[in-house]
Ligand binder design. Structure first.
Ligand code: G6P
Length: 368
């Protein structure tokens, strides 16, 4: 394998733009198109009717994929989820039961803390599932069943396409679990599968926001702090957006649940702090809008990422809006990941940072 940037300046840019293709490939692996149903690898012998809980452990961006998946497992399969970063999970002495499924998410399959968590869960008797991008990795080898992401090699240190492929696999798994547990009807499943299939096309649409985002980079590059806000599944995405920005631009960024704004971060808001609001048109959209109005009332400079009607309904002055296509909100995390990645990429690029190899960071952290 020879790493090739194609027509792109950086691996990160290439990997962002590859997402419609690699997510499409991953979705195709987990979907029976003709039947309109999800399909899981034969080695996944878990009977979800007998599972009482899913326990997730991962690091970095993979952890945020797990946080999104918690909403899917709980909503679609009525399965409670416990999730922790692997460095905490491995030492918290969590009680595990034979009715637990332990799920590990890792691009490399070699992250030391995630692997140690896997071994802890295995010793506790839980079934071990992993979502990994490297099928020959240690985590893959030590799992009872592996759900591969078909992202292809990811070279940029800041994870992009591995994240969205992880989300695709996790949504397919949540649908499969919901079907097995009878919490989803056949019609529900068909609807969810068609939403999953629509993702690559929507990602291609979302990539068209790149020119607008490029125009934002100059403003964002001047910021000392940037806040990302989201609710529901957009909350973990706010965390991921902030992680991407701090990793490659070194601007301090924080992701917050929009509803927590009043409990602290609102104190930081003035005209020097850009606030990036991720506002898919979901069940909590109105609440996100009211949080945005609170930011605007305090002179905050808002970047609104949402559908065209979102900006109209919000009726607040924004520094910029980033237009997203209309979609089934269940798949919004996959599509809204694109503007979050592009915002970080273009800001870091404008600042002349080494986008693919940020200082002090490693692609895979194999030591504790
Ligand atoms: C490092 C990388 C991140 C990645 C994390 C977990 O911090 O820089 O991009 O999300 O490790 O890696 P894994 O290979 O387990 O997904």
């Amino acid at each position: 394998f020879i790493a090739d940037k194609g027509n792109h300046r950086h691996f990160m840019a290439k990997e962002i733009h590859e997402q419609p293709e690699v997510v499409g490939r991953t979705v195709a692996h987990y979907v029976d198109l003709a039947a309109g149903r999800v399909k899981m690898p034969a080695e996944l012998a878990v009977d979800f009717r007998k599972v009482n809980r899913i326990v997730i452990s991962a690091c970095g961006t993979a952890y945020y994929a797990g946080l999104v998946a918690r909403y899917w497992f709980e909503r679609l399969a009525r399965l409670p989820v416990e999730i922790d970063v692997a460095s905490e999970f491995r030492y918290r002495e969590m009680p595990l039961f034979a009715t637990d499924v332990a799920l590990f998410i890792s691009q490399s399959g070699e992250t030391a803390d995630t692997l140690a968590s896997l071994r802890y869960a295995k010793a506790g008797g839980a079934s071990i599932l992993s979502v990994v991008n490297v099928p020959t990795s240690t985590i893959a080898r030590e799992s009872t069943a592996v759900l591969p992401t078909l992202a292809g090699p990811e070279i940029g240190v800041a994870s992009t396409k591995a994240f969205t492929c992880q989300l695709a696999v996790l949504l397919a798994l949540a649908i499969a679990a919901g079907r097995a547990r009878g919490t989803l009807s056949e019609r529900d499943e068909e609807g969810l599968v068609s939403a999953l299939i629509s993702v690559p096309g929507l990602m291609a649409e979302a990539l068209k926001s790149e020119a607008d985002i490029e125009g934002l980079a100059r403003e964002l590059s001047k910021a000392r702090d940037v806040l990302y806000l989201g609710r529901g599944m957009a909350y973990p995405l706010a965390l991921e957006g902030a992680l991407k920005l701090k990793e490659i631009s070194y601007i301090h960024a924080e992701g917050y649940a929009a509803g927590e704004l009043k409990h602290g971060p609102i104190a930081l808001i003035d005209e020097t702090v850009p606030v990036i609001v991720l506002a898919p048109s979901d069940a909590v959209f109105e609440k996100t809008v009211s949080n945005m109005q609170e930011v605007a009332a305090r002179g905050g400079r808002i970047v609104l990422v949402g559908e065209a009607h979102a900006a109209r309904e919000a009726a607040v002055e924004t520094m910029a809006t980033v237009a997203m296509p209309a979609m089934n909100p269940i798949i919004a995390p996959l599509v809204y990941a694109i503007p979050a990645q592009l915002i970080a990429y273009h800001t870091a690029l404008f600042m002349g940072k080494d986008v693919d190899q940020p200082r002090n960071l490693a692609k895979s952290v194999t030591v504790e």
